[in-house]
Design a protein around this ligand. Structure first.
Ligand SMILES: Cc1cc2nc3c(=O)[nH]c(=O)nc-3n(C[C@H](O)[C@H](O)[C@H](O)COP(=O)(O)O)c2cc1C
Length: 320
């Protein structure tokens, strides 16, 4: 049987995890240049695609230099996912991921994201609906657990329930819904998923801010790769450091020259993908890039106002 792209990636697989408001086209390209093996889009509404929403369709724009790109869908109505999956396949993505992990009110509050894990039959219908609309590999992103009355539904319950579905990859965020972003990482649950799921790679996610954190996840959970998220804020070169550290036990810091080039590339790609508004969205990244450096506080005041590439170059002159 023909291999899907997940099976062709070299392990350990380093992935840019999906982050709404962060993992747009320009940042995904920066991450690929910095060593990511695969990048996820921000979550995209299956309902929005179903209803041909212009704003939602815009989230599907990407540059082929970002490939392999996995588009992540969220929603709660199985029927809408089939058309959404078709649209994603036509847009040229390498794979489709389904969000079963988001705790945000606007998603989970309406019965989507992580709260779907309380209804595994519904999850199965959603995955089935995506599979009905595409031949692309379909992956899922889960949390370790969510409470359901006085019981707990875990990632392992999910994986067992879906055992007859051709899921291609799994990313597990090692925290429960009830403490969504700060809980200690549950390596044991991720390790159980890795043991149970045989059809493709299992990626461990959560709390990876340094190459050492990544090594710990690899060791404790025995996963095939890592999903990096907030650890990349202002540090997309964590991918390159991680790759080197997992191979050799060593890594280097980025030089000022490399950092400047990276920031200017990021700005160029932001402009290319979203026009001037791309630079408005870039401002938070600029602040993350300079955080912790001498003079960062004064520089931030300028960076949050940049409107042109010239403004960025001028502001950076104060640093480099
Ligand atoms: C700003 C932000 C947006 C996020 N958006 C998504 C999303 O669209 N889809 C998703 O599955 N997870 C989303 N996440 C969760 C991350 O993918 C990741 O699972 C989580 O941040 C844990 O990893 P970390 O501790 O390395 O940050 C988001 C997280 C953050 C901080």
């Amino acid at each position: 049987m023909k291999k899907n792209f997940w099976q062709k990636l070299k392990k350990p697989i380093l992935a840019l995890a999906p982050m709404a408001g962060v993992t747009d086209s320009a940042f995904r390209r920066v991450c690929r240049e910095s060593g990511a093996d695969v990048v996820y889009t921000e979550m995209v509404s299956a309902d929005g695609l179903y209803h041909d929403s212009k704003k939602t369709l815009e989230l599907l724009d990407f540059d082929k230099a970002e490939q392999p790109v996995v588009v992540q869908l969220f929603g709660k109505t199985p029927e809408k996912f089939t058309k959404a999956a078709k649209i994603c396949e036509e847009a040229g993505f390498a794979g489709i991921d389904i969000n079963f992990g988001c705790p945000a009110k606007k998603v989970a509050g309406h019965g989507g994201g992580v709260t779907l894990m309380r209804d595994l039959t519904k999850c199965q219908e959603i995955i089935g609906a995506v599979l009905a609309g595409t031949k692309l590999p379909v992956s899922v992103k889960l949390r370790t657990s969510i409470k359901k009355g006085d019981k707990i539904v875990t990632a392992i319950d999910f994986i067992r329930f879906m055992k007859d579905l051709p899921i291609s990859a799994v990313m597990v965020h090692g925290r429960p819904y009830e403490d969504p972003f700060n809980a200690e990482i549950d390596y044991a649950m991720i390790a159980k998923v890795k043991k149970e799921f045989k059809a493709g790679p299992v990626l461990g996610n959560g709390g990876i801010k340094t190459p050492e954190d990544g090594k710990k996840m690899m060791k404790e959970a025995g996963v095939d790769g890592l999903g990096l998220a907030r650890g990349l804020y202002g540090k997309p070169w964590l991918f390159g450091q991680m790759k080197k550290y997992l191979k050799t036990g060593k890594y280097e810091s980025i030089s000022d020259k490399e950092l400047k080039k990276l920031i200017l590339n990021h700005a160029k790609w932001a402009l290319k993908s979203k026009g001037d508004y791309g630079l408005v969205e870039l401002r938070k990244h600029l602040c993350w890039y300079v955080a912790g450096r001498a003079g960062a506080t004064q520089l931030r005041a300028k960076l949050v106002r940049v409107e042109t590439l010239g403004d960025i170059k001028l502001a950076l002159k104060e640093l480099f």
